[in-house]
Design a protein around this ligand. Structure first.
Ligand SMILES: Cc1cc2nc3c(=O)[nH]c(=O)nc-3n(C[C@H](O)[C@H](O)[C@H](O)COP(=O)(O)O)c2cc1C
Length: 337
């Protein structure tokens, strides 16, 4: 059975979004947004928000980022005490502010012994499942270099490997190269879970990804989990699993004898409300803006509503602005099940 995983996204993959996805029936694993190991260990004002686990506690994977092995191992140990499925090491983030510090994808580029030693240090502390999320490597990566890197991760004790098959500089618009994922999945079948990530956004792209990489054990979805938090419910239905629309309380009937639908207005308002309960006030506006940058792509006048949401100065303002859009474009409120 193919598992479905909500991918890690800085500023987006927090408890507020998890709650919404769970409301639609959930997915199998939730990767958290990356948690900076050294900052987490300071127990600063905001760090506890990264570690919230009131929702779907047993399905959480804590994703760690960092440049030094000691704080990564210590932070991993601390996060393990909160339970969940496991710890993930971010080796794929190619945002300059991350890799230039020696974190993220720089673990795929620096001398291999350093990466080996870091993983072993984290492995020693972690009693839960250890995973890693990688890309293909730098622009000059070679097939042999990539495959031997994956073998090194397995030898160090990585039990689940998420592959986002693009190079460091390749943008998200470029097609991911699924055949690399399939080759690794086939080599490690029965030994290490291999997870495909990149550009899965609906039933047809999900099926296409699985045709290209039939040996993977799971598919991870990042951006679409924010744009359409109901994506996992739709995929489960397509696979013949999960609740039927009639059993799913997130699917509603707007009028008698009408087909069941998803209320996109209610989902947006619920997200804003979740920010109040699950995020510190200092993060409210930026996190509202980051979510609606994706969520507004659902709408006919997406650019229009997106720019209005980006200009909101308070959550109340965001609620009013978002609600009033549906006075203007009534049909946009409903997503077909
Ligand atoms: C806004 C944003 C934030 C992201 N943050 C992280 C992160 O914290 N850790 C990580 O490993 N990948 C991060 N990613 C990469 C995604 O997890 C994923 O690999 C990428 O978006 C491709 O998958 P998708 O096509 O399903 O979105 C981020 C991507 C986006 C768009």
């Amino acid at each position: 059975m193919i598992k479905l995983i909500a991918g890690p996204m800085a500023t987006l993959s927090h408890q507020g979004l998890r709650k919404i996805i769970e409301g639609f029936g959930g997915c199998d694993e939730y990767y958290t947004e990356m948690i900076n190991a050294a900052s987490f260990l300071t127990h600063g004002k905001f760090e506890s928000f990264y570690a919230l686990n009131e929702t779907a506690a047993d399905k959480i994977v804590w994703q760690l980022t960092g440049k030094d092995s000691t704080p990564m191992a210590e932070a991993a140990l601390e996060l393990c005490s909160l339970g969940g499925i496991g710890i993930d090491i971010n080796m794929g983030c190619s945002a300059p502010e991350i890799y230039k510090t020696g974190a993220g994808i720089s673990w795929m580029i620096r001398p291999r012994e350093e990466t080996h030693d870091m993983i072993c240090a984290v492995r020693d502390k972690v009693k839960l499942r250890l995973s890693a999320k990688i890309r293909l490597g730098d622009e000059d990566f070679t097939d042999e270099g990539f495959y031997s890197f994956c073998r090194m991760l397995y030898d160090c004790g990585i039990e689940q490997l998420v592959i986002h098959p693009r190079t460091k500089k390749e943008k998200l618009a470029r097609p991911p190269r699924y055949f690399y994922v399939e080759n690794v999945a086939r080599e490690f079948l029965g030994k290490m879970n291999v997870v495909l990530n990149g550009n899965v956004k609906d039933v047809s792209s999900f099926n296409a990804a699985l045709r290209a990489a039939p040996s993977v054990s799971a598919v991870m979805i990042a951006r679409t989990s924010a744009q359409k938090p109901w994506i996992f419910a739709k995929l489960k239905r397509a696979m013949g699993e999960g609740a039927s629309p009639e059993q799913n309380s997130a699917f509603i009937q707007s009028a008698e004898n009408e087909p069941l639908k998803i209320d996109r207005l209610a989902v947006g308002l619920e997200y804003i409300q979740n920010l109040r309960t699950d995020q510190p006030p200092e993060f409210w506006i930026t996190r509202m803006q980051r979510f609606f940058a994706y969520y507004c792509d659902n709408f006919s006048y997406g650019h229009y509503i997106k720019s209005k949401m980006l200009n909101c100065k308070s959550l109340e303002d965001a609620e009013r602005t978002f609600t009033s859009y549906f006075d203007e474009v009534k049909d946009d409120r409903w997503e077909k099940v």
